[in-house]
Design a protein around this ligand. Structure first.
Ligand code: DBV
Length: 249
């Protein structure tokens, strides 16, 4: 069973329909990675596949899809805008582990406490958020230090039933992605140099946090080793610092 394949398929189809998608290079050896874990009748294949695109407004649209049987399914899907747009990040972390499902879905803000920013990028999706939250109640315990990276429209939920993931989570994922693409349509390049500097700092703050605290680090290290995992995190999943370092600035 690959619970999140329909999410990935729908998202890519929608992106292809609404954007002029260009490929984004995935470092060699990271497009697809497989390992066998466990022994005897407990053995399990774990396959991680990666997808990446870009557009004139979006620096990197990328997905990591982990398929390891009924009790290990992950789709981590993030959109990183170019640094001359003040768009939020689209962030989806859809995780199924032996303990259950863990769903994080948001338009992650560059400037969480800025009311003007909230009016522009949170207000328009609050109605959508409240509609979905009726079926997807707050998931409880959430790392305090991660809070600055989430908006007031953050959907964080731990459904008991797989059916809830297939229905309500799927609907929320599509609505958030559609709403995000509406923001992208409307986005205009930023030219103010002070604002551009603030955007770069905010992107780096987010990126460093995610690379450092990646909750999948332990899992990937167990499956594929530390070397592969660190390179996957810094060279693909959260690659902004590398890209800035290699750019002629
Ligand atoms: N999370 C990622 C990437 C993943 C991934 C790149 C490709 O950022 C998977 C894989 N997330 C993943 C896994 C777990 C979580 C958990 C495997 C379970 C870890 C475990 O229990 O062993 C949101 N994801 C989580 C958790 C949160 C998030 C809050 C709970 C674990 C915890 O307490 O840290 N999404 C995650 C997050 C941010 C985000 C922390 C921060 C900005 O956008």
């Amino acid at each position: 069973m690959t619970l999140y394949q329909p999410f990935l398929d729908y998202a890519i189809a929608l992106l292809q329909e609404r954007l002029n998608l260009q490929p984004y290079a995935i470092p060699q050896g990271f497009e697809s990675k497989q390992a066998t874990v466990g022994k005897g009748k407990h053995h399990q294949e774990v396959l991680t596949t990666s997808y990446a695109y870009q557009t004139t407004k979006l620096r990197q649209i990328r997905a990591a899809h982990v398929q390891g049987g009924n009790s290990l399914q992950v789709l981590n899907f993030v959109i990183f805008p170019h640094l001359n747009y003040d768009l939020p990040f689209f962030g989806a972390d859809l995780v199924t582990l032996p303990g259950g499902h863990l769903i994080a879905l948001d338009m992650q803000p560059l400037f969480r406490d800025d009311l003007g920013y909230q009016a522009k990028y949170t207000q328009p999706i609050l109605a959508t958020f409240h509609a979905h939250q009726q079926h997807l109640p707050w998931g409880g315990d959430f790392p305090e230090e991660a809070q600055p990276f989430f908006s007031p429209a953050f959907l964080w939920t731990r459904p008991q039933e797989t059916e809830v993931v297939e229905t309500h989570v799927f609907a929320a994922f599509i609505d958030y992605l559609q709403a995000y693409l509406d923001f992208v349509d409307q986005a205009q390049p930023i030219t103010d140099s002070k604002y551009l500097a603030d955007i770069e700092q905010a992107q780096l703050r987010y990126l460093r946090y995610r690379a450092e605290k990646d909750p999948a680090r332990g899992m990937f290290t167990r499956f594929y080793g530390a070397e592969w995992t660190e390179e996957y995190i810094h060279g693909f999943l959260f690659d902004l610092e590398r890209k800035l370092a290699s750019a002629i600035r």
